[in-house]
Design a protein around this ligand. Structure first.
Ligand code: ZN
Length: 346
């Protein structure tokens, strides 16, 4: 990793905001802000059990992953038409561009929508059109990763994959999300094997609340290329060595971990431990509408709480490009922009 010059603590937030970066762990349904939920609900004639934007925002006091998921699925119920999915992704991509995110890989949960009678075509077309427009209008490249809900069956995941295959050119890979504990990666070994045969990229949430054993099985049985979260890996020395040796990226989400009580406070977060062990860790926002911050908030708050340096900033941004599913030429170009930002920063 290239050595960068030290930057004073009071100038570090500006550098963190300005540096180009990729976001690799963003659930697009988790970017749905209360304001947009309240705009879409009357447009679609959907009743939501909250009186106002403030009332809904007050409900965002979570105690664990499940307490968040209950509200998350209620919020998604306002999404019915292609334009709704477009508007949601557009709103996220605008915010991402403001944070100098130059590439984003967006998770989406089709089962949350198909179970309510919304077609796969509606979901994928709306999201994909927003991604295509962002390239032309905002200068940010964006692609889609289809996530299977792990609290549902593998059979349901297979059915979802079948429904999505006619739109194979509009998503680059598959992931695994929702309630982790009790739904280990091995439950989805066959459907991930099929996705591998199809040439799809593979990622999975593992080691967020679940044990290091889930990270092992995500690697060995699902053959994933990245681990989403993975912070519990810090409890297993052999696993840490494996992740470093194989350069398996972790898409870490500090504010999410804080909100869902994975760590008691940001100062206790183990991001530094992961970086110091040579892991390809990255910073991401997960479900920013619910967890109190988009990319730059995740960076600035975590750096302020843990005392990370400009060298860590460079490493995290570079890791985000190394871990992304972009082609080699694009990766080199984006790293060049990153280097230039650090070279010219005063
Ligand atoms: Zn996530």
């Amino acid at each position: 990793m290239r050595k960068v010059k030290p930057v004073a603590a009071d100038r570090l937030p500006e550098l963190l905001r300005r540096m180009p970066k990729a976001e690799l762990h963003i659930h697009i349904e988790g970017s749905l802000e209360p304001e947009l939920i309240f705009a879409l609900a009357p447009r679609n004639g959907v009743k939501i059990p909250y009186a106002s934007v403030e009332d809904l925002r007050r409900a965002y006091a979570f105690t664990n992953l499940q307490s968040f998921l209950d509200i998350y699925y209620a919020g998604a119920s306002v999404l019915l038409k292609e334009q709704d999915f477009y508007d949601m992704a557009r709103a996220y991509l605008l915010k991402a561009a403001q944070d100098n995110v130059v590439h984003a890989e967006l998770f989406f949960d089709p089962q949350t929508h198909t179970a309510r009678g919304v077609s796969m075509e509606t979901v994928i077309h709306g999201l994909h059109r927003a991604c295509a427009d962002a390239q032309a209008e905002l200068g940010i490249s964006a692609s889609l990763i289809l996530c299977f809900l792990r609290h549902l069956s593998e059979e349901d995941a297979f059915e979802t994959l079948e429904q999505a295959l006619p739109y194979r050119d509009k998503f680059i890979g598959v992931g695994l999300d929702s309630s982790e504990v009790g739904n280990p990666p091995e439950k989805f070994a066959r459907v991930f094997a099929r996705c591998r045969e199809l040439g799809l990229h593979r990622v999975a949430h593992a080691g967020e609340e679940g044990p290091p054993a889930y990270v092992w099985t995500a690697l060995d049985l699902l053959k994933v290329e990245r681990i989403d979260h993975g912070v519990q890996s810090g409890r297993d020395a052999a696993l840490m060595q494996r992740l470093a040796a194989d350069r398996i990226p972790l898409t870490v989400c500090p504010l999410s971990n804080l909100k869902l009580c994975v760590f008691p406070d940001l100062a206790s977060h183990n991001l530094r431990q992961l970086l110091d062990a040579g892991l390809v860790a990255t910073v991401n926002s997960d479900d920013p509408a619910y967890f109190g911050g988009y990319m730059n908030e995740n960076f600035t708050q975590t750096f302020a709480a843990t005392g990370l340096s400009s060298q860590h900033a460079y490493t995290l941004a570079r890791n985000s490009f190394a871990a992304s599913f972009i082609d080699a030429a694009t990766r080199q170009r984006l790293i060049g922009r990153l280097d230039e930002t650090f070279d010219t920063f005063q």
